[in-house]
Design a protein around this ligand. Structure first.
Ligand SMILES: [Zn+2]
Length: 347
């Protein structure tokens, strides 16, 4: 009898023999609505972290005609980022942010409004917020900040008045809120990155975040929200579908969630057909890292049991995915038409 294997040592080779259609690129031009070219991905010295012409060429070679570059910056750093990207301005739409750490300042509403107006005047076309608002930041009393907190209202109302869509990352995979134990389906990933776990009572529970998210959508019907990562809840498309029906101001992006979508291909296919006008193609790529080909394979083919990433061991749960084989009408909308409905012609 052999010794037991450690999970980390286990790398099974699939013996499945089925046809796998290969693609050379996307069937239609693509707008990637969720990318990072600035400090969020590369820190303050991003301008030296990569070569802009090489990065743009890499995206273009993958069939991407335009990207939304999202960053949680404002003021001078935003001006510098826009200036850095200027040589390729036809390729970039940039979303910036406002300083949520000031929310207890009595002048918060006015400061926020000025920041948004100044950003828009510089060329910012939307707002980007990260999960750290509700999963990290605390207010002057040391309390966590629900994303539907009254104090944040000036942001959402200002965004509507200034016609700035809001790309917002609210929660993380549901498994990141569960204990890191024998039952956790993202065990290996959380073992490697224990700081990604929110299984601690000082954080909001996943269910609480979803209730806050729903109230945010309900309270600000004039504001367009792109809730990143499949509306925060790719594990439960039934719930996301209800939100999309109830809140016409909601859009979702696919970014970093094909692992979830591709393990429920029947449910996902129905979801895409039903909500074809509200799903945006996004990947969470950055200037140095792109995995677009697997997204195209997932959306366009009916290939079975395919890896959702290039990692040796699947890095977002130990499973494989199944392609959706979407029709051209859905592909066109998801690849670029929905993004252009929100932002006008791109690239
Ligand atoms: Zn992102």
């Amino acid at each position: 009898m052999q010794h037991s294997l450690l999970l980390s040592e286990y790398k099974p080779t699939s013996q499945l023999v089925v046809e796998r259609r290969s693609l050379s690129g996307p069937k239609f031009p693509v707008v990637d609505t969720h990318t990072h070219f600035g400090p969020m991905a590369f820190g303050q010295h991003y301008q030296h972290a990569y070569q802009l012409d090489v990065a743009v060429a890499a995206f273009r070679s993958l069939g991407v005609k335009h990207v939304i570059n999202a960053d949680t910056i404002w003021g001078e750093p935003l001006r510098q980022l826009l200036q850095f990207l200027e040589p390729y301005q036809e390729f970039f739409t940039t979303f910036g942010s406002v300083e949520t750490a000031l929310l207890d300042d009595p002048q918060f509403a006015q400061i926020t409004r000025r920041t948004m107006e100044a950003g828009k005047a510089m060329g910012m076309r939307g707002l980007k917020f990260w999960k750290d608002i509700s999963l990290g930041q605390t207010d002057a009393q040391g309390r966590s900040i629900p994303i539907d907190d009254q104090r944040l209202h000036p942001i959402w109302e200002g965004a509507a008045e200034l016609n700035l869509p809001v790309l917002i990352h609210i929660a993380d995979p549901a498994a990141f809120f569960a204990p890191i134990d024998v039952h956790n389906e993202r065990y290996e990933e959380l073992q490697q990155h224990p700081d990604w776990s929110f299984a601690d009572s000082r954080y909001f529970r996943f269910a609480e975040l979803m209730e806050q998210q729903e109230r945010l959508l309900a309270n600000h019907p004039r504001t367009t929200f792109i809730v990143a990562h499949m509306g925060s809840y790719a594990e439960n498309l039934g719930r996301v579908s209800q939100w999309l029906e109830r809140y016409p101001n909601l859009y979702v992006d696919l970014a970093a969630r094909i692992n979830e979508l591709g393990r429920q291909p029947y449910t996902a296919r129905t979801f895409f057909a039903k909500h074809r006008d509200r799903i945006l193609f996004g990947t969470d790529a950055n200037a140095c890292y792109q995995e677009h080909m697997v997204y195209y394979e997932f959306l366009e083919t009916k290939n079975e049991y395919i890896p959702y990433s290039t990692a040796a061991v699947p890095n977002q749960g130990r499973w494989q995915i199944y392609g959706l084989g979407l029709d051209d009408d859905i592909l066109r909308r998801v690849y670029y038409e929905n993004a252009e409905t929100l932002l006008g012609p791109l690239g």
